[in-house]
Design a protein around this ligand. Structure first.
Ligand SMILES: Cc1cc2nc3c(=O)[nH]c(=O)nc-3n(C[C@H](O)[C@H](O)[C@H](O)COP(=O)(O)OP(=O)(O)OC[C@H]3O[C@@H](n4cnc5c(N)ncnc54)[C@H](O)[C@@H]3O)c2cc1C
Length: 438
């Protein structure tokens, strides 16, 4: 079949423009940072190759909604090739980068292939930080990829089904423990509690809701520490009204297959431990590209986003320790990744023209976290706090605005509106292959 098609087609190479004479910019990672770099280089006098181990861009801030059966995986992901369909100078390679050779200007892929670059941008993001707690990386469930979200959804729904099956013979209690009271922990525990309580009633599961606990634990004395105390107290009150139990000052010392142990000696049997305790670049490629990595395993960059010891290697987003001032670094947030990505593209172009590069300055866009389907807290750049329904509407609009792909935006908007009025209509499917998917 392939042979016939090839024979009938004109020379396939002739249908593609030839950019081989242009400088080659390789971007590792198609997240917020990498996509912003490529957009800044689209239709410019460069040849761009984005390399990513996934063939899609993932909108990480909405992963918790996939995990709690509010959205489908395809609604928060978008094929990287489709994003750049109209930019003929931007190509994509579906591969995992294993190593960077700074001497030969080559990236080495898993499987042995090599790609040569003139300029390289490291935009590999971060990963969950387990702080060396025994068993955490093996048994706790992070939320850092679409596969993580699907695995978590499977685990949540399977646990409820298992409890239903035992209802007549051995009624069981289910504990879902969320570790970490930052935005991800707050959002996930709220959505999880809503899912469980509503689903038990609407799907006719024979489980006593009082035997299902969603427990949010944190070492800190309050939730959402980057927010003022009043906003933290508001978030805690809202979560508790949704049935989430919150315990502060609790440190986890071990995670087992179906149990968690705390520093005070308590061992709790669990249906799942959801890990939202922090992020690190240690263990990712970013940690390997420099002889001595920066804070949190991140790549140390100068103010123009170039690696301290390099002329042609740059880093953006979560992978980079981007200086905020003389002593601190930018937070690992989506706006930092997008802004640093755009700035990096501009500096690569300046550098190719032999002109001086410009220092990156982060424009603080504020932070926000949603709590269930009606409330959110947002801290605006000036420090003003918005809470309640207006905070929630601001959260909705912002996430819709930044979601990649018009079709995704439309589908998510329709689904959110629908589920606002008919909450239990979400995609509660247990898809067996997700347990083994990468
Ligand atoms: C659950 C969750 C919720 C969040 N919520 C918010 C929020 O509400 N607001 C906010 O501002 N920020 C939020 N963040 C943080 C925000 O998503 C990150 O700051 C942002 O994604 C960083 O963008 P990035 O491009 O640096 O990395 P990423 O978006 O992580 O992208 C990195 C890309 O690199 C690829 N990659 C990694 N290693 C390799 C390799 N070796 N070879 C090939 N490809 C590789 C990955 O597949 C991925 O596509 C959240 C993060 C998470 C995990």
């Amino acid at each position: 079949m392939l042979d016939i098609d090839m024979a009938m087609s004109p020379n396939p190479a002739a249908t593609f423009p030839d950019f081989s004479h242009l400088p080659h910019v390789v971007i590792i990672g198609g997240g917020f940072g990498g996509i912003a770099v490529a957009k800044g280089l689209a239709n410019k006098e460069v040849r761009v190759t984005i390399i990513d181990k996934h063939n899609f861009h993932t909108f990480l801030p909405l992963l918790y909604q996939v995990a709690t059966a509010m959205l489908e995986p395809a609604e928060v992901a978008y094929p990287i090739r489709t994003i750049f369909g109209k930019a003929k100078n931007v190509g994509f390679r579906h591969a995992t980068v294993r190593e960077v050779d700074h001497v030969r200007n080559v990236v080495m892929l898993e499987g042995g292939a090599e790609i040569t670059f003139d300029h390289l941008v490291v935009a590999t993001g971060a990963t969950a930080s387990y702080f060396g707690i025994p068993g955490a990386s093996k048994f706790a469930m992070p939320l850092y990829s679409l596969a993580d979200a699907r695995k978590l959804r499977n685990r949540l729904l399977s646990s409820l089904e298992e409890a239903d099956a035992l209802a007549d013979t051995a009624p069981t209690s289910l504990n879902f423990v969320v570790v970490g009271g930052g935005p991800t922990g707050v959002e996930t525990s709220g959505a999880l509690s809503e899912l469980i309580r509503t689903v038990i009633h609407r799907d006719g599961l024979r489980i006593d809701p009082s035997r299902v606990r969603v427990l949010l634990v944190d070492m800190a004395p309050r939730l959402l520490t980057p927010f003022p105390e009043k906003a933290s107290a508001y978030a805690a009150k809202e979560l508790e009204s949704m049935g989430v139990e919150i315990e502060f000052g609790r440190s986890v010392v071990e995670v087992e297959e179906r149990a968690i142990r705390f520093a005070d000696g308590e061992r709790l049997r669990v249906a799942a431990v959801i890990w939202a305790a922090g992020v690190t670049a240690s263990g990712t490629l970013a940690h390997e590209v420099q002889a001595s990595p920066g804070p949190g395993g991140r790549v140390r960059v100068m103010t123009d986003l170039r690696l301290v010891e390099s002329e042609n290697v740059w880093a953006v987003g979560d992978a980079a320790a981007v200086p905020l001032d003389d002593t601190t670094f930018c937070p690992q947030l989506a706006p930092v990744a997008m802004q640093s990505g755009r700035h990096c593209a501009a500096n690569v172009l300046l550098s190719l023209k032999g002109e001086p590069t410009k220092p990156f300055k982060y424009r603080n866009k504020g932070i926000m976290a949603t709590i269930g389907r009606h409330a959110a807290v947002a801290k605006l750049p000036g420090g003003t706090i918005i809470k309640g329904t207006s905070g929630w509407l601001a959260w909705l609009s912002l996430h819709l605005f930044y979601l990649v792909g018009f079709r995704n935006r439309l589908r998510v908007m329709i689904n959110w509106t629908w589920r606002y009025f008919d909450w239990p209509s979400g995609p509660r499917l247990i898809v067996a292959d997700a347990e083994t998917a990468e």
